[in-house]
Design a protein around this ligand. Structure first.
Ligand SMILES: [Zn+2]
Ligand SMILES: [Zn+2]
Length: 192
């Protein structure tokens, strides 16, 4: 492989996004999420060592984890990389049955769950490549929100709101040209 022309030899860029496993998480999924943040958002993304499962966010009566509490605990200082928490357990916010991911718009942190991404049709298990593609999509969508990008109405664009797996599966693994332009601008504003 030839060296990346944008990266001076011998200089490791500081991470701009940390993918943070929270408890036991499929490590391939974590790597795929980070690789897609790198490839499609041009953000230097790494996977960190796992943190403990966020027991402080467990809503015992629902058997789910409160995404808002996890976001507050994940968000670092202004100088710290953006953080994307990755959880195998089901996530919710108080007024919704579940969420695949949640983020601070224009903030510092996002969180996503692999729990429902593993579901196949008819209650079976999704094929591995389906689960991994979904994970990449949710990670990109949530980090684009953290960068400051809002929802988009363009058919197929990854920033369309998706209420569940069926609509998620219909989205492209990528952004429409208008969202790409906005993301380029937001990245420059935040990181240069
Ligand atoms: Zn969204
Ligand atoms: Zn768009």
């Amino acid at each position: 492989m030839s060296p990346d022309p944008d990266m001076p030899a011998g200089e490791a860029a500081a991470p701009q996004v940390e993918v943070v496993p929270l408890g036991r998480v499929n490590s391939t999924a974590a790597q795929v999420v980070a690789a897609n943040l790198q490839a499609l958002l041009a953000l230097n993304a790494i996977v960190t060592p796992a943190l403990p499962e966020p027991s402080q966010a467990l809503l015992a009566a629902r058997g789910q984890y409160d995404a808002g509490i996890i976001l507050q605990d994940l968000a670092g200082s202004q100088e710290a990389p953006l953080r994307l928490g990755l959880l195998d357990k089901d996530l919710c916010v108080p007024f919704l049955t579940y969420v695949l991911g949640e983020s601070q718009l224009g903030g510092r942190a996002a969180v996503m769950s692999l729990h429902r991404l593993k579901q196949g049709e008819g209650g079976g298990r999704a094929q591995r490549h389906v689960m991994l593609e979904r994970a990449a999509k949710v990670g990109l969508h949530e980090i684009a929100h953290v960068m400051g990008l809002e929802h988009c109405r363009t058919a197929g664009c990854l920033m369309r709101f998706s209420a569940g797996l069926t609509s998620l599966d219909r989205l492209n693994l990528g952004f429409c040209p208008a969202c790409e332009r906005d993301l380029d601008r937001l990245r420059i504003e935040r990181f240069s």
